[in-house]
Design a protein around this ligand. Structure first.
Ligand SMILES: [Fe+2]
Length: 189
């Protein structure tokens, strides 16, 4: 007797995450120029989601891309350089509070970079990948990508007070981007 449902294939899963991030961006765009805590919270939420998404793609998706597509190395290298670029922007953002003059311009830069990256993946990479992989392969990847994102950042740390939770306990002094990345890639453990 099994209670497991059909696993989501990796492409469907990643597109759902793109849509969630895009919804957060739309909410932020509606708050354009605001300086309150809600902006700060949503900015942190979107950065956390993006880093988790990026790390999962880097660990499981791009190695597969390199293996199964004839131009896989070029595509993976290109996507990785875009992740780097967005991560630099997120690191600038994490140093800023919504009241800082550079906060909103930096947020708009991030939104532009990510929308470009998402369009690249959804219009070019994902269709190629779907054509090159079996459904079973895509489901297996989906399981792994889903699993890696469940790691540490959302799990409360037993030794830490509720304030800050697992993220604060992982690497004191490190910024949000590094803390999430370290937690998922195992560097923080
Ligand atoms: Fe993506």
């Amino acid at each position: 007797m099994s209670t497991s449902t059909t696993p989501t294939d990796v492409i469907t899963f990643l597109i759902e995450q793109h849509n969630e991030v895009n919804d957060m961006f739309s909410q932020l765009e509606q708050m354009d120029g605001a300086t309150d805590d809600k902006v700060q919270q949503l900015a942190e939420q979107v950065v956390t989601s993006l880093v988790k998404h990026s790390v999962a793609e880097e660990i499981y998706l791009y190695p597969t891309v390199r293996k199964v597509l004839s131009d896989g190395d070029d595509i993976a290298d290109h996507e990785l350089s875009e992740h780097d670029e967005a991560e630099q922007t997120m690191k600038q953002l994490e140093e800023l509070s919504p009241a800082d003059e550079q906060f909103w311009p930096t947020m708009h830069e991030l939104i532009g970079e990510i929308r470009h990256h998402v369009a690249d993946e959804e219009n070019d990479l994902f269709p190629k990948l779907r054509a090159a992989c079996s459904e079973a392969q895509l489901q297996e990847l989906g399981r792994k990508v889903e699993q890696v994102q469940k790691v540490a950042p959302t799990r409360p740390h037993p030794a830490s007070p509720s304030e800050g939770g697992a993220l604060a306990a992982l690497a004191p002094g490190a910024g949000l981007v590094d803390r999430v990345r370290d937690a998922l890639s195992g560097r923080g453990r």
